[in-house]
Every structure is written in C-alpha cells, then in structure tokens.
Design a protein around this ligand. Structure first.
Ligand code: RFL
Ligand code: PHB
Length: 393
C-alpha cells in the first residue's frame, strides 16, 4: 500500500491540471490513468480556450508553447440566411478574447510538466476501482504492470470523464443526474488546407448546422450536424464537401477551401449535470460530473475551472486547516456549470435544425440570430459567455 494526499483518477485536462496546481501548492498527488501516454496525447477533441483558461495555464507556468503556437481570436462569425455577422469579443468584453490551441497540445504540456517535476502519473492502469469511500481514507485500487497496487488517499478526485468509475462509487441515491439528449450528432473532420475564414464560422442552414474551425494555418477543423445513427462510412469525402459547401454558402458565392481529409469522427450531443459534485472525501471534476454539447466550446474550459476551484479548496485545507471551501466545492462549481450548461444549450438550440421543425421555428431562429448580432446587449451576452464568465471565489 502506498500513500498520497490526493489520488486523482484520469489524466485528462481536469486530472492533470489539478495535479499540477496541487504540486505548486506543495500538495502531493498521484494520477492514475487507464490509457497509454500516447493515446492520451493523440485524442482529438476540443480546441477553444477561454481567456481565463489561457491566463490560468500561463500563470501556472504551462502556457509557454500555447503562447507561441496558439491562435488568438478576437471574434466569431455567425452565418444565417446567406449573410455573415461578427461578434467582436474585445470590444464587447473589455478586451477579452479566446485562444485556439488543441486540447491534446494542452495535455502534452501538462504531462511534460508533471513528469519533469517527478509527479507520478501511472498510465495503462487496469481494473481501476475505489474502496473505503465511506470513511476518511479512500483507496484507489488498480493493476499496473501485472501487479495489484493500492493507493491510500486523504481525498480522491474523480477526473475520469463521461464513462468514469469514480461517480459510480457514490452511495445509492447520493447523486442526482440531470440529462438531456439532443436529436442530432456532430460529424467532425480534420483537413489539410489553409483556413477558409480568419475566425470560427458557425452556420445555421435549412440543411442543418455547420462549423468551420481551425487548428493551425495548415490544418482545419470542420463539423456538420448529422443524424445520430450516421457512421463515418456514410460520409464520403465528396458528400462531406458538398454538404459543407451547401451549408456554409453565402449569397456572394463564398466556398470553403478544400484539402485532404485525414480524420473523421461522429459523436452524440448531450447535456448532463451531476449534483452534488462530491460525496465523503471524493470530489468530481470535469466531464465526470457534467457534459455539455460542444456548440459553446465549454467542456474543456469547465474541466479547467473545476480543477482550479478544487485545487484552491484543497490548498486552504492543507495550509490553514480550513474546510469551508472544500465543503462548498460542489455548490460553487455548480454555479458555473449550470451557466455553461445554459449557454451551450442555447447556442445549440439557436444553431441546429431539429427533426420535424417547421418553417415557423426556422424563421424564429433566424430572427434570434439577427437580434443577437445587431443588439449590443444581446451580442455582449453571447460574447461574455463565449470568452468565459469570471471564475468563482
Ligand atoms: P477527459 O478528457 O475525458 O479525461 C478523462 C480521462 O480519464 C481516463 N479514464 C480513466 N482512468 C482511469 N480509470 C478509469 N476507470 C478511467 N476512465 C476514464 C480517460 O482515459 C481520460 O484520459 O475528461 P476531463 O479531464 O474532464 O476533460 C473534459 C474535456 O475533455 C471535454 O469536456 C472537452 O473535450 C469537450 N469539448 C470541447 N470543450 C471545450 O472547452 N472547447 C471545445 O472547443 C470543445 N470541443 C469537445 C470539443 C469534445 C469533443 N468530443 C469528442 C466529445 C469537440 C469534441 C469533438
Ligand atoms: C473545435 O475547434 O474543435 C471547436 C470549436 C468550437 C466549438 C467546438 C469545437 O464550439
């Protein structure tokens, strides 16, 4: 049996950042991850960092490569009815913007920082399970290199994503899950091509939603709303480009720049919130506690906000013996979580075609986009949520 102060399940953004922030406070942690380092560093997911997320990574000493390679964006474009309107972030939020920098690049930077500091990250852990969650010394039990290991902890952080096991260790009835499935999925591609647009382009079209995002000057990320039953095999390159051209079309003949598609994936769209985000000495952070549809680009940023808050609460406990922040972790985290859930649901509702929707609903969506992009009050509301609301505490 080994001992640590904080046992962390999952080496995603939530788990790795928490471990890094704790290390900076002089608090020991061990990260236990089921996948290999290579798999963690190669999974294609999010790309948009809120101003506060980028500032936090900088202040924590892991923002150097992001500063060099990340792309700073001062706005987004909303396209509907063949026209394009811009939301100007700095002008509406007192100078805030977002940074486009892939999640797996953030993870590479965090893993490098953890390993350089000697912080144990156990990759390829099998049969990860929790024990003793009813008492003061929860344990993480797992197999690594064919030996059974037991890690005794003061606290456990469940940072193990949507399908994690930590949440499942809660006593029956202790947690409530709010769940909403959307009747469509996103089909995402990576393309070798120059950017079609200087800023992220979100489009509402009668044929469904489309998004042109970016990863670098030579790699683009594009998404289409598709049927949840679709598989990537249903989407040939030709069909993909013809649909992107149709949904992103403008009255003056704008077309996306095409190139070699080298990655395709389809994923479901859900909103989930777990309440509370703690039981006994166990705390949940990131997707383990909540999931948002990607339309508002909030998932990674919420994981970062949870990790920040939990690190602050644990630091108050270890430094000053103060329990009050730990006791209020869930309550404080959920205020941000529900606001991001609302924003992601609203962006999703405004920009997608719902099955069975009639012409009336489509005209209402167009009117809403027209309003959001012409009223300073409404644009400010979108902008301040997109660049990120202020952190709690
Ligand atoms: P993660 O990243 O899922 O990490 C969880 C880790 O836990 C490991 N794990 C286990 N380890 C040990 N034992 C077990 N039993 C385990 N079970 C799981 C997993 O292997 C994994 O390494 O959760 P975390 O840290 O909470 O981070 C959440 C974010 O990854 C997620 O919210 C975002 O990717 C969501 N998201 C976006 N968020 C944004 O903020 N901006 C975006 O632009 C954005 N775009 C996206 C997205 C998510 C997407 N997908 C695929 C769902 C775009 C896409 C396509
Ligand atoms: C991405 O670049 O992957 C991305 C951008 C904006 C979103 C979702 C995903 O809203």
């Amino acid at each position: 049996m080994t001992r640590t102060q904080v046992g962390i399940v999952g080496a995603g953004p939530a788990g790795l950042l928490l471990s890094h922030l704790l290390h900076r406070e002089g608090i020991a942690s061990v990260v236990v991850e089921s996948r290999s380092r290579g798999q963690v560093e190669e999974t294609i997911r999010a790309g948009v960092l809120e101003q506060g997320t980028a500032d936090l990574l900088d202040a924590a000493g892991v923002g150097e490569r992001m500063g060099r390679e990340g792309l700073r964006h001062d706005g987004i474009l909303l396209r509907f009815d063949g026209t394009t309107r811009r939301i100007d972030f700095p002008g509406l939020t007192g100078g805030k913007r977002v940074t486009v920098y892939a999640q797996h690049e953030v993870l590479k930077d965090l893993i490098q920082a953890r390993l350089a500091a000697g912080g144990p990250v156990v990759f390829e852990a099998a049969d990860v399970a929790l024990a003793g969650t009813g008492g003061d010394a929860p344990r993480i039990v797992f197999r690594a290199r064919d030996a059974v290991e037991e890690l005794q902890c003061d606290f456990v952080a469940g940072c193990d994503g949507t399908h994690g096991i930590v949440r499942e260790a809660a006593p029956a009835g202790a947690l409530h899950r709010y769940d909403r499935s959307y009747p469509f999925a996103w089909y995402g591609i990576l393309v070798e091509a120059p950017a079609s647009s200087d800023e992220l382009l979100y489009a509402l079209h009668e044929r469904g939603f489309a998004l042109a995002s970016t990863r670098s000057p030579s790699v683009q990320r594009m998404y289409l709303q598709v049927d949840p039953a679709d598989r990537v095999e249903d989407w040939s390159d030709d069909r993909t480009w013809s649909e992107l051209r149709a949904r992103l079309a403008t009255r003056d003949g704008w077309e996306p720049k095409e190139g070699r598609i080298f990655h395709k994936a389809i994923f479901a769209m859900r909103s989930v919130v777990t309440e509370p985000m703690q039981f006994g000495h166990v705390f949940l952070a990131g997707d383990a506690a909540h999931v948002v549809p990607p339309t508002g680009a909030k998932g990674l940023n919420l994981a970062v906000a949870d990790a920040r808050l939990l690190a602050l609460a644990l630091a108050a406990f270890y430094r000053r013996g103060e329990r009050s922040l730990l006791d209020r972790y869930s309550q404080l985290a959920l205020r941000r979580v529900w606001k991001a859930t609302r924003f992601s649901w609203w962006m999703t509702s405004m920009l997608h075609r719902f099955p069975g929707e009639d012409a009336f609903r489509h005209r209402i969506q167009v009117a809403e986009l027209d309003y959001v992009t012409t009223s300073r009050a409404a644009s400010t509301s979108l902008a301040e949520n997109y660049v990120g609301l202020p952190f709690e505490a």
